[in-house]
Design a protein around this ligand. Structure first.
Ligand code: 6U4
Ligand code: NA
Ligand code: NA
Length: 154
């Protein structure tokens, strides 16, 4: 498991309404899928800063006091290795707005759209968003197909 590309995901949870701010991704890796906002870490940037910046760029929303809940390690059989830090935030500023990168989707925590998400998400997303658990996950993908998964909860 090489470190490879470093990236982040941000999940803004509206606890009062029982919903999470997801996106329909319009371009880049996973275009067409539903995911959290996020993207690659810039040189010299902290992962937390990246998660906040990418959410601003994709949705025009600023996440406040993000908390890191997990680390994803993806190996793709074509050779790409991707490490993703996963953040959760319950306060934010701004109104989600469609951009060239993403369409905002406020989604009920009871109806997470796993069929339209990356295949690994069903192994950790509900536990992180609802139960606030912390985890490390390792996944082997062939293109869009998940071949193996290993989860650790801490
Ligand atoms: P550019 O346009 O290069 O700046 P950027 O938005 O930085 O793109 P991009 O589009 O390569 O990044 O997407 C990386 C994003 O994809 C990260 O937020 C993590 C997410 N991602 C990739 N594989 C994933 C997977 N298997 N499961 C998942 N999220 C994944 O939940
Ligand atoms: Na992005
Ligand atoms: Na980017």
């Amino acid at each position: 498991w090489k470190p490879g590309v470093l990236a982040t995901l941000m999940f803004i949870v509206d606890e009062a309404a029982g919903r999470v701010l997801l996106i329909r991704k319009k371009r880049g890796l996973g275009a067409g899928k539903i995911n959290g906002p996020g993207g690659k870490i810039d040189p010299g940037e902290t992962s937390e800063h990246c998660a906040v910046r990418e959410t601003q760029e994709e949705l025009g929303v600023t996440a406040l006091d993000p908390v890191k809940h997990g680390e994803l390690w993806f190996q793709f059989v074509d050779g790409l290795a991707l490490h993703v830090d996963v953040y959760r935030a319950t306060r934010w500023e701004g109104e989600p707005t469609e951009t060239p990168e993403a369409i905002p989707l406020w989604t009920s925590l009871k109806e997470l759209p796993f069929e339209e998400m990356w295949a690994d998400d069903r192994f950790w997303l509900g536990e992180v968003l609802i139960d606030q658990k912390n985890f490390t996950g390792r996944f082997l993908f062939d293109d869009d197909t998940m071949l193996t998964h290993e989860m650790e909860w801490h």
